[in-house]
Write a protein that binds this ligand. Structure first.
Ligand code: NAD
Length: 469
């Protein structure tokens, strides 16, 4: 069966359990040498990633095509260029992001100097998912190395070709002791999690996140959890319908909808639902032709199990476009559903596939209430030209991030923190936020000769002093 084939692929790729232990010990030993703290080492590693991206992009594209049916343009944009831009920005700002920050000292402390020191945490574990299997492993790696840590990387076994490619390429470009890759699934990850790490950075679903956090708790290891959930979209009549449809088609159907910040479902008014659905259908046809199964720019669902899960959600509404499936070929057509009940199957969990349900509510306030009645989203989107509507979303909702009049491009803004809140995760990264995540900010205080308030404490309390106190 395909499940057995998948299992075999994962099995062949996995690192033997004893090697898991020696890999952790080796990575720790590399940190203990002190070399990862030097700015030169950090720069060399970051430049190593840059060279890897420059020289080996074709291998990354081939792996992406094998695991996710991604075309080269898509892979290059989302897996290679995005990571390259993060390395370049990090290299450019490395000195300022890692330097000591002096801070003021209150009068009561007397003469003294204070500063905040950003220190590496030690050895960190990064566990990646299958949906952007290269990007989501390398982006946190950049921050971890920039902060001076040694790293164990665990790619997802569900993208086996990418996992094997990462395991092959990383040792060719980076410090082979300080950065090591463990391949495998549940068994290997469980073994890894028995070890003490100084930080665990996990991207994936909430159920496994709680397993990771439980294991981390045993060692009091801090965690960053980059999770998902249903990311809603509000659209009102003031939005440009074509531009909105174009953004949604791109956001929902690239990578076959398997994107953590993909628009999950739409909320709009009853009058707008039908014209919006028709416009999305028109743009979808323009993007993928009348038979998307033959379109070069349309991907596949990761495996048959997920394809079957998605096929089972199609009767949650009336398909305006799409609805065709070939689960053996992992194909689900780009689909837009109208007349979707809030209690239907498709509204229970994150869809994580190319099906876009449209629900209707009276107005933007009803949309806000609908969103607030559910777990906090990773991304929240609103297409509107009304400043007061924007203001209401900003004041009344909570989400990992909020984006107006476009989708997903917030990820490219490295000056914005990226992460969830509540059920969509904890912690954040990208740009300087990554360096913060993988550093300990140590408070450093140095007393200088001169005024010393502790002397006052030792002195007998005078009448004047009593009055002040
Ligand atoms: P996945 O199945 O690849 O799992 C992620 C990782 O967890 C893998 O490395 C896997 O080996 C490991 N794992 C699985 N079971 C485990 C267990 N029992 N113990 C220890 N480790 C285990 O990926 P997934 O979870 O299906 O990823 C999809 C989810 O991730 C979606 O919910 C999506 O929204 C979310 N996601 C979030 C982000 C983000 O940046 N916030 C990005 C991508 C995906």
């Amino acid at each position: 069966t395909p499940a057995e084939v998948e299992g075999t692929a994962a099995k062949q790729l996995s690192t033997p359990l004893a090697a898991v232990d020696s890999c952790v010990t080796g990575t720790r030993a590399a940190f203990a040498t002190g070399r990862t703290r030097s700015m030169q080492w950090r720069r060399d590693q970051l430049r190593g990633i840059l060279r890897l991206l420059q020289e080996r992009a074709p291998e990354i594209h081939a792996a992406m095509a094998a695991d996710l049916g991604k075309n080269d343009v898509d892979s290059h944009l989302t897996e290679v260029l995005s990571v390259k831009s993060e390395v370049k920005t990090t290299l450019k700002n490395l000195t300022s992001w890692t330097r000591d920050r002096s801070t003021s000292v209150p009068f009561i402390v007397g003469s003294a100097r204070a500063h905040v020191q950003r220190q590496p945490l030690g050895t960190v574990l990064i566990i990646g998912p299958w949906n952007y299997p290269f990007h989501l492993l390398l982006m946190p790696l950049i921050g971890a190395l920039a902060a001076g840590n040694s790293v164990v990387l665990k790619p997802s076994e569900l993208a086996p070709t990418v996992s094997a490619t990462v395991a092959k390429l990383i040792p060719e470009y980076l410090d082979t002791e300080a950065v090591q890759v463990i391949e495998g699934g549940v068994e290997e990850t469980t073994r890894l999690l028995e070890h003490r790490f100084d930080h665990i950075f996990y991207t994936g679903n909430g159920t496994v996140a709680s397993i990771v956090m439980t294991a981390a708790a045993k060692h009091l290891t801090p965690v960053t959890l980059e999770l998902g959930g249903k990311s809603p979209v509000w659209i009102d009549a003031s939005a440009d319908l074509t531009a909105t449809a174009e953004a949604l088609v791109w956001g929902k159907f690239s990578n076959c909808g398997q994107t953590c910040v993909a628009p999950d479902y739409l909320l709009t008014t009853p009058e707008l639902a039908e014209p919006l659905a028709r416009e999305i259908a028109r743009i979808t046809r323009r993007a993928f032709g009348s038979d998307p199964s033959r379109a070069e720019n349309y991907g596949r669902v990761i495996n048959e199990r997920h394809a079957e899960r998605l096929a089972g959600l199609l009767d949650s509404g009336r398909a305006v476009i799409g609805g065709e499936t070939d689960t053996a070929a992992r194909y689900i057509a780009p689909t837009v559903l109208l007349e979707v009940d809030p209690d239907s199957a498709i509204m229970q969990d994150e869809i994580f596939g190319p099906i876009l349900p449209i629900l209707t509510v009276a107005d933007h306030q009803a949309a806000i209430d609908f969103i607030n009645a559910r777990p906090k989203p990773l991304a929240l989107y609103a297409f509107t030209e009304h400043p007061e509507v924007r203001e209401d979303f900003l004041r009344q909702t909570s989400s990992g991030g909020i984006t107006f009049n476009t989708v997903m491009t917030q990820l490219a803004v490295s000056t914005l923190p990226f992460g969830g809140v509540g059920a969509s995760g904890m912690g954040r990264y990208h740009g300087e936020y990554s360096v913060e995540t993988f550093s300990h900010e140590r408070g450093v205080l140095r007393k200088l000769p001169g005024f010393d308030p502790t002397r006052l404490a030792k002195a007998p309390i005078s009448w004047g002093m009593r009055k002040i106190l």
